[in-house]
Design a protein around this ligand. Structure first.
Ligand code: CDP
Length: 207
């Protein structure tokens, strides 16, 4: 069975949490596409030209430590604006999405560019203050010395770059269900997302 779930949205809105819950509930494979861009950004910080970094990306690059560091987030967003980098990553993502047994991908352009025919699409948002607070908690827990105000500036800058780029800008697909997690805890956000996917799955089985 092919069944693809696209989960898009701005930085630190809760896409990963929602995508993991969907994968666990329905037994789908999960791909955090942000990690691909983070891995490319990381190699670029080490001096590799962006197009080379993207076209020679290996599994080992996306499971390295430190990919969530603030400087890697920024580098990821910068390389993500380059059409050659995005192009180099399209095929892998589409193959993953089409795998037998179902797949959920989270990112910025999954429902619009990578998988416009995805069976279920979610666009996850949250207020800037909520997102900054959550990301600050994650980063400080991981040992990064950051302030909440600094994290807020970083995610705003990244969102503006991601939404403003010419190639595959971050935006909600016209058929995406918007999920605002500002006032929801993890269980509530997951429950909402699971219901959206369940409805689509049932609709499909009835065809
Ligand atoms: O976890 P967070 O939401 O902060 O970011 P991420 O999903 O790991 O993505 C890091 C960066 O990669 C984003 O700021 C985008 O610039 C880029 N990205 C993208 O352009 N397209 C995707 N499908 C996924 C990520």
């Amino acid at each position: 069975m092919k069944f693809t779930v696209a989960v898009d949205g701005p930085a630190a809105a809760g896409k990963g949490t929602v995508a993991r819950a969907i994968a666990a509930e329905f037994g789908f494979a999960h791909l955090d596409t942000g990690l691909l861009y983070r891995a490319v950004g990381r190699r670029v910080l080490e001096g590799v030209p962006p197009e080379i970094a993207a076209s020679t990306l290996r599994h080992g690059d996306v499971v390295r430590d430190g990919l969530r560091a603030p400087e890697v987030s920024r580098a990821a967003s910068e390389v993500a604006a380059l059409p050659d980098v995005r192009q180099a990553l399209v095929e892998f993502q589409r193959e993953f999405a089409g795998r037998d047994g179902g797949a959920v991908l989270d990112g910025r352009d999954i429902g619009t560019v990578i998988c416009p025919d995805a069976e279920a699409k979610l666009f996850v948002i949250a207020s800037d203050a909520t997102r900054a607070h959550r990301r600050w908690l994650e980063l400080t827990a991981a040992g990064h010395d950051v302030t909440e105000a600094g994290v807020l500036d970083d995610i705003r800058e990244r969102d503006a770059r991601d939404a403003g780029r010419r190639d595959a800008p971050m935006k909600a697909a016209s058929d995406a269900v918007v999920l605002d997690t500002s006032d929801l805890d993890v269980e509530e956000a997951a429950a909402f997302a699971l219901e959206v996917v369940r409805t689509r799955l049932e609709g499909r089985e009835g065809v």
